[in-house]
Design a binder for this molecule. Structure first.
Ligand code: M6R
Length: 362
């Protein structure tokens, strides 16, 4: 059932446009976002004072993007925590606290435990999950399913992009119900979001380029991934994918943090993947990239334009989309980099060593 693909991971990377369309399907009526499975009453929506997103691994990276969405449009103070940390810390929760666990499997032990703790302390719990009727949705007050379909590869791909779409939907819904976005604004954003799967499709056609890239780069022992703002979580996610399936050491960093330490690592043996698509902080990213190149770092740029970033070692071109949706497109090159390097090295792509698809024990 790999549909002719060599691995489940490759199949699932290619399924992403379809999966995102399925996340969005049935959620819009007459220009409004309708999320009835959240089962939220109008007074509960207006009473939300704080939001806490909890998750592990790749789902935690999606939650980090979710914080940007929620704070931008709902203006509700939002934090993100790793579930294994959140469950044991001295939590501050009251009836105005909304906790959003994010999980592909719905069975991750730490995320489930964090959810139960928060619920016991009086929080409202609405989860984002891929697996119907798994433990996390069963314990939550409401759910938004991602509808990505079964994800078999241990490395999460389509679960991540659909979680981003779901987090955006939840944000639009809350902002709409709290009258922070006008119906026209919501309708415009829905149109923009519905255009993203086609943009993702165009990146998927470049697989062969990444295969050739892997031939040249598989022998490096360390990689850095840099991003800012909405794309900092993509830098972290790119590094996680590479570590997980190709066993190459990689770190994701906020590019503005380079000068506070990690720039000391840079030399010609350190490929640096820089997410450099248009954004409010684009100029800053370009200057961070110059700093890396000045120290002979080998820059691999993910960009919408090959000329804006001359002198880089490699550029992967992605289509231009509104900045807030760029993580859904920009993550695909990082998935391909990890996939093709892992495959070139002959690693077990779908079943990396020491890892389980869902971590159901602490
Ligand atoms: O099923 P979950 O989303 O709760 O799983 C969380 C992590 O275990 C998972 O995302 C893990 O980090 C992936 N293997 C990363 O590719």
């Amino acid at each position: 059932e790999k549909d002719g693909y060599k691995h489940f991971m490759l199949k699932e990377i290619h399924e992403q446009p379809r999966a995102v369309r399925d996340t969005l399907r049935g959620k819009f009526f007459a220009g409004k976002v309708v999320l009835s499975d959240l089962r939220l009453q109008p007074n509960e929506i207006s009473d939300i004072k704080r939001i806490i997103l909890v998750a592990c691994g790749t789902s935690w990276h999606a939650a980090m993007v979710g914080k940007y969405y929620l704070e931008k449009y709902t203006r509700i103070p939002t934090e993100v925590d790793i579930a294994s940390e959140y469950r044991y810390r001295q939590k501050i929760i009251d009836s105005g606290t909304l906790v959003i666990p994010v999980s592909q499997s719905g069975e991750t032990a730490d995320t489930l435990a964090a959810l139960k703790e928060a619920k016991t302390m009086g929080a409202k719990v609405l989860c984002i999950c891929n697996v119907m009727d798994s433990s996390i949705p069963r314990e939550s007050h409401g759910v938004l399913y991602t509808n990505a379909g079964p994800e078999i590869g241990v490395a999460s791909t389509k679960a991540f992009t659909t979680q981003l779409a779901a987090l955006y939907l939840m944000t639009l819904y809350l902002a709409q119900e709290r009258n922070q976005l006008t119906p026209e604004q919501v309708a415009d954003k829905i149109v923009d979001l519905e255009a993203i799967p086609a943009a993702m499709e165009s990146v998927l056609q470049d697989g062969e380029r990444y295969a050739r890239f892997a031939e040249r780069y598989h022998n490096y022992t360390d990689f850095l991934f840099l991003g800012r703002s909405y794309n900092l979580p993509i830098a972290l996610e790119g590094a996680l994918k590479l570590k997980e399936i190709s066993y190459i050491h990689a770190e994701g960093y906020a590019s503005g943090e380079m000068k506070h330490g990690p720039i000391a690592l840079i030399d010609e043996n350190m490929p640096v993947v820089v997410i450099a698509t248009p954004s409010e902080v684009h100029e800053k990213v370009l200057s961070n990239m110059e700093e890396v190149m000045a120290r002979k770092g080998r820059v691999i740029a993910i960009s919408t334009n090959s000329t804006a970033v001359e002198a880089v070692a490699d550029t992967f071109i992605v289509p231009e989309v509104p900045e807030e949706f760029s993580p859904m497109v920009n993550v695909i090159p990082t998935q391909f980099i990890a996939y093709y390097i892992s495959d070139f090295k002959g690693c077990d792509v779908d079943q990396p060593r020491n890892l389980a698809k869902s971590v159901t024990v602490e």
